[in-house]
Design a protein around this ligand. Structure first.
Ligand SMILES: Cc1cc2nc3c(=O)[nH]c(=O)nc-3n(C[C@H](O)[C@H](O)[C@H](O)COP(=O)(O)OP(=O)(O)OC[C@H]3O[C@@H](n4cnc5c(N)ncnc54)[C@H](O)[C@@H]3O)c2cc1C
Length: 301
């Protein structure tokens, strides 16, 4: 059972077969046992990616569920009322990873625990900023066995969306053979959601530093100007080190790009001095600055 939700799916998962559909409403021991009145009435457990896409196409109101960490929290809090669920837990083809044409192809169902210690990404922590900084791409499965590939940045920026019935099948991560750093700040000790996170990736072949900032906005942010500036002053053929004041300037550049000063009209609304941020936002900006400075310093060390 997921730690953060209150749904027991044990009896369902013992009795359902791959490709089968499980009724969950008033079916006794064979059905999904749930304490969540908003839970879906149908759970389908396909055995392949194409079966999952077909199930979604057949039930346009169905929602895919992988580990359920986010989804069941939303169901239990009443924010989401899916009419049906398509469980992805039995699709073996998306639970692994492999090297392919200079990239690592990660299944959408691959967990950090199964990944072990791969050499292409941070083994723990929030994946989206890392994948954004790595400029990974998504392999998307669609109806009729169709596959299309999309840079992850397009999805994160809202320039492209998953179409009805589509599922993310794999994530393709280029192998850069260069240092990568991920740092996050949380509100308490131990594993928890980030209040801010920064991923920094060195790409010596393109002589570029890439950076993505997570948690301060609904999607990871890429501070392109800060990336270009710092990339232009690194001696890529030499020692690749930067002085502490340059690292600090990079941190401030990233933080100000991601958490900009408010426009004068916003200050009038907030009742703050023109051009100043509320203390909590200023603190967040300082946190991002520190994370970015340290992340780049460690990547270059
Ligand atoms: C209390 C709590 C603490 C958390 N702490 C952290 C943390 O420290 N670090 C961190 O990185 N994350 C954290 N998270 C976030 C969560 O663990 C991640 O978002 C995780 O990736 C969710 O994975 P899941 O398999 O459980 O997704 P699910 O909850 O099953 O699905 C999430 C969403 O993705 C959709 N979806 C699932 N699979 C696919 C697919 N193949 N194609 C298209 N759409 C799909 C679902 O429909 C749903 O909308 C936390 C969440 C909670 C509730």
């Amino acid at each position: 059972m997921c730690q953060s939700c209150h749904v027991r799916a044990d009896s369902t998962y013992r009795t359902a077969r791959p490709g089968g559909t499980v009724g969950t409403s008033g079916e006794g021991a064979a059905g999904l046992t749930t304490h969540a009145p908003q839970a879906a009435h149908t759970v389908t457990l396909p055995g392949s990616l194409d079966e999952a896409v077909a199930a979604l196409a057949a039930m346009p109101t169905a929602v895919p569920v992988a580990g359920g960490t986010d989804l069941m929290a939303a169901v239990n809090s009443g924010l989401l009322r899916p009419a049906a669920l398509v469980g992805l837990g039995r699709i073996n083809e998306i639970r692994g990873w492999q090297y392919q044409d200079g990239a690592a192809l990660l299944g959408a169902g691959l967990t950090h625990a199964r990944m072990g210690r791969p050499d292409f990404a941070a083994p723990t922590g929030d994946a989206l900023p890392v994948l954004a900084a790595l400029e990974a791409s998504l392999v998307i499965a669609g109806p009729g066995g169709e596959r299309r590939e999309m840079p992850i940045g397009r999805l994160l920026a809202g320039l492209d969306m998953l179409r009805p019935g589509e599922l993310i099948g794999y994530v393709r991560v280029p192998l850069l053979h260069a240092p990568q750093t991920f740092l996050k700040a949380t509100g308490r000790t131990g594993p928890s959601r980030a209040i801010a996170s920064v991923a920094v990736v060195l790409d010596p072949a393109r002589r570029s530093v890439r950076c993505a900032v997570g948690a301060v906005a609904p999607m990871p942010l890429r501070p392109f100007d800060a990336e270009r500036w710092v990339s232009s002053i690194i001696d890529w053929d030499g020692e690749r080190t930067l002085a502490p004041d340059v690292l600090a300037a990079f941190g401030d550049y990233v933080a100000t790009a991601c958490i900009p000063d408010p426009p004068p009209a916003q200050s009038a609304l907030d009742g703050t001095e023109p051009g100043t941020l509320p203390p909590a936002v200023l603190h967040l900006r300082r946190t991002v600055s520190t994370l970015a400075r340290r992340a780049l310093g460690r990547a270059l060390a």
